[in-house]
Design a protein around this ligand. Structure first.
Ligand SMILES: NC(=O)c1ccc[n+]([C@@H]2O[C@H](COP(=O)([O-])OP(=O)(O)OC[C@H]3O[C@@H](n4cnc5c(N)ncnc54)[C@H](OP(=O)(O)O)[C@@H]3O)[C@@H](O)[C@H]2O)c1
Length: 326
């Protein structure tokens, strides 16, 4: 089968053996996969590994084979992959052994994938294949950050720096559906306009003076994923006693914070990462109830995955990037 793999020093589109479903497993013919920031970082993390690894954490498709012992699914079922492996019930942090699909296990940038029947969910009926393929990892990350950790309430104001990111578009859609006020920032005027189009109440320039731009606002919650470039500025516009949830560091991990300012402000800082299967199911119910659809930035054929990587590297996207398969 065709797959997009990391092997040795390169990532390439190549032929690899088609997998077979074992006991308790299903084989899925993938219709679409979703590209995430993580996929860009994995080749660096693996180094010169000679074993080919199929990249990709997100995908959706049709079951073509079920292994012995699988009773909940059958051939022909339309499903999406849960990218979080080994985190079933909700908990403060993932359990030992938690892994993300696409390393060390083969991921979704391929014509077929075999996985435990525990690691799939039914595709929400209102979504297209592309929408279902890009959904799980960014939407689950946004859901946990906003609801489980941020505990956003109706009428509260949330600020999301970096409006165009895959997760940020879900944060805008989810927070609006929950009745919150949403403020975003972006360096790009066109992304700011798109954020307003999908429901954000206010969109400011990331390069502006945030204290000045937001002086009329009371920000209860900031969801931070840019890291060093914005973290302290995010803290600077949060109301006293407010919460900041961080799940990413696109622009470097290490920052210096003024601890005195932090404790006088009585802020609350939470780390978050993806989410449990329980939260994935809550998120799928939430998007079905509110008929929420992912924002698709761009679609590429699987064979053009390298172009998709460049597109993501250059932060051109507003929303999620789909890889069409077959
Ligand atoms: N922990 C987890 O479970 C988890 C899950 C998903 C993602 N993540 C991490 O979260 C981050 C966001 O992921 P994503 O895939 O949603 O992001 P993404 O689509 O790559 O977008 C990153 C955003 O960051 C902003 N940005 C980039 N460089 C910037 C700079 N120098 N100054 C200001 N803004 C800058 C851009 O905003 P504008 O172009 O709008 O200005 C861009 O939209 C990544 O670091 C990713 O690794 C973590």
């Amino acid at each position: 089968m065709k797959a997009f793999v990391h092997v040795g020093k390169e990532v390439r589109y190549s032929d690899i053996d088609e997998p077979l479903a074992g006991k308790g497993q299903v084989k899925i013919k993938l219709k679409c996969a979703g590209l995430n920031h993580r996929d860009l970082n994995i080749p660096n993390r693996r180094g010169d590994n000679p074993e080919p690894l199929v990249l990709g954490s997100d995908g959706a498709g049709i079951i073509t084979e079920v292994g012995k012992g699988v009773s909940k699914f059958t051939v022909g079922d339309e499903v999406l992959l849960n990218p979080g492996l080994g985190w079933k019930e909700n908990s403060d942090a993932p359990p030992e052994g938690f892994e993300i699909l696409g390393m060390p296990d083969h991921g979704t940038f391929a014509e077929y994938i075999v996985t435990d029947s525990d690691h799939i969910e039914r595709k929400p009926g209102h979504l297209t294949w592309e929408e279902a393929g890009v959904l799980a990892l960014p939407a689950l990350t946004g859901f946990r950050a906003l609801f489980t950790k941020g505990e956003i309430q109706k009428g509260e104001t949330v600020f999301v720096p970096g409006a165009g990111s895959g997760v940020a578009t879900f944060l805008i859609l989810f927070a609006k559906a929950a009745g919150a006020r949403v403020i975003v920032s972006s360096r790009s005027e066109s992304k700011r306009n798109k954020a307003l189009e999908i429901g954000a109440d206010v969109a400011i320039d990331t390069n502006s003076d945030w204290v000045e731009s937001l002086k009329a606002e009371q920000i209860d919650l900031v969801i931070e994923s840019i890291g060093r470039a914005t973290f302290n500025r995010s803290l600077g516009v949060l109301r006293k006693g407010g919460k900041i949830v961080t799940f990413g560091a696109t622009t470097e991990d290490e920052i210096t914070i003024d601890i005195r300012k932090f404790f006088y402000g009585q802020y609350k800082l939470f780390g978050s990462t993806m989410g449990s299967r329980e939260e994935l199911r809550q998120m799928l119910n939430f998007i079905t109830e509110h008929q929420i659809r992912p924002v698709l930035a761009e679609s590429f054929d699987l064979a053009q995955a390298l172009d998709a990587f460049d597109y993501l590297k250059e932060a051109k996207q507003f929303g999620n990037i789909a890889l069409r398969i077959g």
